[in-house]
Design a binder for this molecule. Sequence first.
Ligand code: SAM
Ligand code: SF4
Length: 334
Amino acid sequence: MTRNPLKDGFGREITYLRLSVTDRCDLRCTYCMAEHMTFLPKRDVLSLEELERLAGAFIDRGVRKIRLTGGEPLVRRDVMTLLARLGRRLEAGELDELTVTTNGTQLTHLADLLRATGVKRINVSLDTLDDAKFETLTRRNVLSKVLRGLDAAQNAGLKVKINTVALKGVNEAEIPALVEWSHGRGMDMTLIEVMPLGEIEEDRIDQYLPLSAVFDDLSSRWTMTPLEMRTGGPARYHRVEETGGVLGMITPLTNNFCAGCNRVRVTCTGQIYMCLGHSDRVDLRAALRSENPDAALDAALDRAMLKKPERHDFDISERGAAPSVPRHMSVTGG
Ligand code: SAM
Ligand code: SF4
């Protein structure tokens, strides 16, 4: 029995932590970052020991699943040590799952190591299979490296899910082919609506493709059987009968999913955000760096729980509007 499990003011139990280990990234996806980003100075970022202690505090309060994210989590040099240490908590039965969301560029050399830490499943973000489009979208010419990384991940025995952001006029026409390709390789896929997070160099309204329209298009091609499978997260799942794979859809803008929310996000500077769509946060780094970190962390987590809002309120409808949330997705890691 967990002592004092994390529960918010609406009775939702928090069992899932998304922990960002860096704000840095080797790509510059146009919907996520600007080309020239100012990254955080090292002293502001939690050390390996602080990340481990923080994760431990969440585990002690009932968190059963941890996902490392970023920025690009696999570009942080000591991330494998952190994963190995958290992997021991898996072995001890204190965690049910340890996962990573990655852009896939480092998998060629890290896939085997990742599997050895106890990670069984990873999410790899991939928005197009077209070299030129990939380069335009990510501002880097590394699609072949990502594809080799995917091979390495599957060869290492990792189960891979592809995450694709649906972008109007960019990968819109390619979505059915991406679904077929992913399912053909035994990978499930999740489509994501672009969210208004952080200032970028384009207007979000030009990127926004409602998944309701994508779903209608896919339903006219294929038999989409709704699945009951829920992860406490925002995705709704369908089996595509013709391809045999599962397709998830994350629709923050066309569909509200907050009632079953079981997660919180912590940035690499130890700021806990209770909701992706709100700016309210609690500083866990101050607690970690205080005289009595264990007690201070517990108290800070209690404060955070009381601040978790009932739902997000993203809005992308107005051209030229400021982003709903000023921080970039790379800060909280999606
Ligand atoms: N670098 C890793 C990656 O790309 O998978 C992990 C961090 S990235 C911020 C996590 C996910 O957020 C990726 O799937 C990315 O496509 C998605 N993402 C980034 N900015 C977004 C936005 N504004 N709206 C929707 N999804 C976004
Ligand atoms: Fe980097 Fe991921 Fe953001 Fe792309 S989506 S810039 S890979 S953090």
